[in-house]
Ligand binder design. Structure first.
Ligand SMILES: [Zn+2]
Length: 311
């Protein structure tokens, strides 16, 4: 069997062409191009038609990648400086918006003896907050000097698409830096962050994550406070990497729609890895949630809000 070409890495996991097609944001576009929608039959037979369909979809709709680090020279690089490359490649691909995710616990991550990505040590107090602030400065430079707009409101998102100017929504992958200080959410918000993922690979006081030991049996009272604080600020809460119990409890306390940007919310992949974005467990585990994910950006509607998240 031929090995699929790796297109990019995210959270330490390679994304193949197949996995990329399975990503929710581009799923509708992928299905149109890959044979599950009416235009795809034409597209499959004629590559130029395929390209035209893709370009039209991107012109007509605001495309959002809900989770990326912008590649090996992007936000998670320890050495690369911001450059115009990100804006150029978004332009070339016709992608309007990226949720650009900082990974505060990145310095702790590595492969264990089983070659599974994990946090190799606990963080020193204040370290992850320091890392986060330093990465926000990286993004400030990217926006100031390299042709990327910053989307802070829905109007910014719409304007970026209309003007064909690449834009980012600043994202955090794991609120491991809080150390009980909710005021740090406010500071991140003031610096431009608009989506926040609750857990990642480092144990925190918010809730249980898929690759760690279950210590909270889901979401903690502090985690519920974090969700409410994010609602008040106007930040989208991302429940990716959370255990099924954590995600379910988050949906119960949420009063605004939540986001599940990546990963199924239960099960494990081969060799103890998190379940693959294209894993078979996804439909089953999503079906167990209080309300199924929406078709775009894996938007999850809170049963209390009765509304759906749309970009
Ligand atoms: Zn990631």
């Amino acid at each position: 069997m031929m090995q699929e070409e790796v297109l990019m890495y995210c959270c330490g996991h390679a994304l193949t062409q197949h996995a990329w097609r399975e990503r929710p944001v581009l799923g509708s576009l992928g299905s149109r191009l890959m044979g599950t929608g009416a235009p795809a039959r034409t597209a499959a037979a004629h590559p130029q038609a395929s390209l035209a369909v893709a370009e039209q979809v991107l012109r007509d709709h605001i495309s959002v990648d809900v989770h990326t680090h912008a590649g090996p020279h992007g936000l998670t690089s320890r050495t690369a400086r911001p450059s115009p490359d990100l804006g150029r490649s978004m332009h070339a691909g016709g992608l309007a918006i990226l949720c650009l995710a900082d990974v505060p616990d990145g310095p702790l991550l590595g492969r264990n003896a089983q070659n599974v990505l994990t946090a190799l040590r606990p963080p020193e107090p204040g370290l992850l907050w320091h890392v986060h602030l330093e990465r926000l400065a990286w993004v400030d430079e990217l926006v100031a000097k390299h042709g990327i707009r910053r989307a802070l409101t829905l109007a910014d998102v719409t304007a970026a698409h209309q003007l064909r100017q690449p834009a980012i929504i600043m994202d955090i992958e794991g609120l491991d830096f809080l150390e009980g200080k909710l005021e740090r959410l406010d500071e991140s918000y003031q610096r431009g962050v608009r989506t926040m993922q609750l857990v990642h690979y480092t144990p925190n006081a918010i809730g249980d994550f898929q690759m760690g030991a279950v210590t909270h049996n889901g979401l903690t009272p502090f985690g519920a406070e974090v969700i409410q604080a994010c609602h008040t600020l106007g930040v989208v809460v991302d429940v990716a990497h959370g255990t099924e119990a954590m995600v379910t409890q988050a949906l119960r306390v949420a009063t605004k729609p939540l986001l599940l940007s990546i990963r199924p919310c239960a099960g494990r992949g081969p060799k103890g890895r998190p379940p693959s974005p294209s894993g078979r467990s996804r439909p089953r585990t999503r079906a167990r949630l209080p309300r199924a994910a929406g078709p775009l950006a894996s938007g999850i509607s809170s049963p209390r809000s009765r509304s759906t998240w749309r970009v």
